[in-house]
Design a protein around this ligand. Structure first.
Ligand code: GLN
Length: 489
């Protein structure tokens, strides 16, 4: 049962083939079998999940499943989305044990849709990282190879879905944190258009980039979750007042004749040859399904890493100033006056990478450097946005690798932050431009069998085309059905 997709589970629950309590128990049994190896979660909510499952079963028995599209379905939540009945720690010492006084809007929506919340998933501290090694608690391991990282920062969510420790999960994506771990763990991940999903109750990292999105076993499940998550929220002034389509209906849209833009800058020397081969084979498959390819150019790709890390750090340094030891969270016990209390709380409460970002961000915003770094970064952001607009004159969506490499080994990049940043090269542009982007599995490397991700990037608010193309691909391939084999299963 725990291997089911959300759609399959929904069907089984409605037909009475199993109950939500049985399904939820099956998920927790799987967690008992594999979690010690994977380490996907930082908090498990067994009791409340079973209670929610019981309520769902009563509702189903009473015929109340209509209007509750996720009724009885066990999901996992990245630990930076506020939940009033579970801790929200962002995998940081600073928020250890913190319980938010309110639910994020997406959590309210999931609860209204009847979802069962299994627990909170591990992540890089405050979502800063690409490997989940920056978690204060413990690293998460890739279920395909326990010596490798699951990607990050939503590595816990990706690993939990891949290891069948939940049916689907929520992640967040500031610079690739949904798509890159989805690619590394062989699952489906969608970063929606900036403004499509409310950020109210999402702990802020870089507010002009952050988006919440679904991490699932299939594109069809991602569409279903998007129907629940998307929509304007008066509590988030950056959430867009645009109509929300029925994403599930979009799955069956015709894709014949769609023009796939292949950006030549994405297929250069930094791309591992085997990853290139899998992506090229996937593009050939899409062509065989009636789509055509056109070469497009995104000439400012080379500046994406620099622009992103300047702007995201600048925003982070401002957002993280709220952690001062006074209002909530960690307070250092080793202080004898106010100033040293601030300083020691921040020194002891934040991890190394978070401190690095605060220092970088404060530097690029400081007088004398603002124009040279922050302002210039904003200008590059506009150029990158313009590149996409120009490319979309010639194509309907863009196809590219999600990551230049498959999952790397634990510890491989921890001593070299720049190498870690550079690996984000293919995902950052979508965040800089605010466009939606989907990662789907497209096969594995020959020797190690590590998953490879295909990235589809769309026009603003055109998640539908991405979902339609991704779904058609999954209807005609079996890559998304592959699952890792873990000891004890
Ligand atoms: N890896 C990128 C970073 O470290 C992106 C993280 C994210 O999307 N949250 O900033």
């Amino acid at each position: 049962m725990h291997r089911a997709t959300v759609l399959e589970a929904r069907q089984g629950l409605r037909e009475g083939r199993f109950t939500s309590v049985e399904l939820t128990e099956a998920v927790f049994r799987q967690i008992d079998r594999v979690e010690a190896q994977v380490g996907a979660y930082v908090h498990l909510a067994r009791e409340s999940a079973l209670q929610q499952a019981k309520n769902a079963d009563e509702k189903i028995a009473a015929g109340g499943a209509e209007g509750a599209p996720l009724l009885g379905v066990p999901l996992a939540i990245k630990d930076l989305i506020c939940t009033e009945d579970q801790p929200t720690t962002c995998a940081s010492r600073f928020l250890d044990g913190f319980v938010a006084p309110y639910d994020a809007t997406v959590i309210k929506r999931l609860r209204a849709a009847g979802a069962v919340l299994v627990g909170k998933t591990n992540m890089d501290e405050f979502a800063m990282g690409s490997s989940t090694e920056n978690s204060w608690k413990h690293p998460t391991r890739n279920p395909w190879d326990l010596d490798r990282v699951p990607g990050g920062s939503s590595g816990g969510s990706a690993a939990a879905v891949a290891a069948n420790e939940c049916l689907a999960a929520l992640g967040s994506d500031t610079g690739g944190s949904i798509r890159q771990p989805a690619a590394f763990c062989g699952i489906t991940g969608l970063k929606p258009t900036y403004g499509r999903v409310s950020r109210f109750g999402l702990v802020a990292f870089a507010s002009s980039f952050d988006q919440i999105g679904p991490m699932t076993k299939t594109v069809a499940d991602a569409a279903l979750l998007m129907n629940v998550l998307a929509g304007h929220d008066p509590m988030d002034s950056t959430s867009a007042s645009v109509a929300v389509p029925d994403f599930t209906q979009a799955l069956d849209r015709p894709v014949k004749g769609l023009r796939l833009g292949v950006p030549k800058e994405y297929f250069t020397s930094g791309l591992m040859p085997e990853v290139a081969s899998r992506v090229e084979e996937a593009i050939a498959k899409l062509k065989s399904l009636g789509m055509e390819t056109v070469e497009v150019s995104l000439p400012h790709l080379d500046y994406a890493v620099a622009a992103y890390y300047i702007l995201a750090c600048a925003e982070a340094s401002t957002n993280l100033s709220r952690y001062d030891g006074v209002k909530y969270g960690f307070r250092s016990p080793h202080s004898d006056d106010l100033l040293s209390m601030y300083q020691n709380s921040r020194e002891e409460g934040f991890g190394e990478e978070v401190k690095r970002r605060i220092i970088l961000g404060t530097f690029v915003l400081s007088s004398g450097y603002y124009d040279a770094y922050y302002l210039k970064g904003q200008k590059v952001r506009t150029l990158i946005k313009n590149d996409f607009e120009k490319a979309y004159e010639a194509c309907d969506l863009i196809v590219a690798p999600t990551s230049p490499i498959p999952a790397f080994r634990l510890g491989e990049k921890t001593d070299d932050p720049l190498q870690m940043y550079l690996a984000d090269i293919y995902t950052l542009s979508a965040n800089l431009a605010g466009i939606p982007a989907l990662s789907i599995p497209c096969g594995g490397t020959d020797a190690e069998g590590l998953p490879v991700g295909l990235q589809l990037m769309g026009r603003h608010f055109d998640e539908e085309t991405l979902l339609a193309v991704g779904h058609r691909f999954q209807e005609n391939t079996r890559f998304h059905l592959a699952t890792p084999a873990l000891a004890g299963e």
